[in-house]
Design a protein around this ligand. Structure first.
Ligand code: SAH
Length: 217
């Protein structure tokens, strides 16, 4: 990319970060993450002109890249502090959410059940020079045992109930955030693992595709 073009991209990302932060309040680190990750890279060619808008957009395989606003809200629900070292995301999709997390947390693990999506996401990480995201093709409901426990776990697809395996793979004092289906609604819900059990906090309504069973090649 020419110097001129990369300047324009930087300006567009910064404008997007400004727009998100005008709606959802967040700190400098998250602002910088949005300002430094080019969302256009994760958006299919036919939607490139909408890459810097606050909307979710269709990607391949009937899936969606989340709205940047939703990405901000889910990231905030994780309550990331300086001592957080690892995060596991279930539902890599385009990879945009994982890329934002990679600017805030040293080790990012992400699992996707649709192989072509995962391969595309990996290409995007490479294109952006991101080397701290580890991506796996699997049914994420099983988590990723090899690197557990995780300080944070994020579900990027909705569930009625958090799979027990994921709660087992959450570190003590860890936070898991997920869209939980309740009736016809979904609510961003925070689960904090304490010595005496799991503390649950409902945050706000949201809309995600559901978690599905098994893998698809
Ligand atoms: N985080 C994504 C948006 C995810 S959309 C982004 O930033 O673009 C939800 C994703 O969850 C889809 O790609 C879907 O295939 C995936 N998914 C659904 N069920 C899953 C499962 N059991 N394991 C892993 N991924 C799953």
């Amino acid at each position: 990319m020419s110097e001129f073009n990369s300047k324009i991209v930087a300006q567009k990302c910064q404008k997007l970060a400004d727009e998100i932060s005008a709606i959802v309040k967040f700190d400098r680190d998250l602002y910088n993450a949005f300002a430094s990750i080019d969302r256009e890279v994760f958006v299919p060619k036919s939607f490139k002109h909408q890459a810097y808008k606050l909307d979710p957009l269709p990607i391949s395989q009937n899936q969606w890249i989340s709205s940047p606003l939703t990405v901000a809200k889910m990231t905030l629900a994780l309550e990331i502090s300086k001592d957080v070292d690892s995060v596991l995301e279930i539902g890599c999709g385009s990879g945009y959410q994982a890329a934002i997390l990679s600017k805030l947390i040293r080790r990012v693990f992400t699992v996707e059940r649709i192989e072509p999506l995962l391969l595309e996401a990996k290409k995007c990480f490479k294109m952006l020079g991101i080397s701290n995201i580890h991506a796996r093709f699997d049914d994420g409901q099983k988590g990723w045992r090899d690197y557990a426990p995780y300080d944070r776990i994020l579900l990027s697809a909705s569930v009625k109930k958090i799979p027990e395996t994921l709660l087992e793979q959450l570190a003590e004092n860890g936070v898991l955030a997920a869209p939980i289906e309740t009736g016809s609604k979904q609510v961003i819900t925070q689960f904090i693992k304490t010595k005496s059990g799991i503390r649950v906090r409902n945050l706000e309504e949201c809309l995600f595709v559901p978690i599905l069973n098994g893998i698809s090649r």
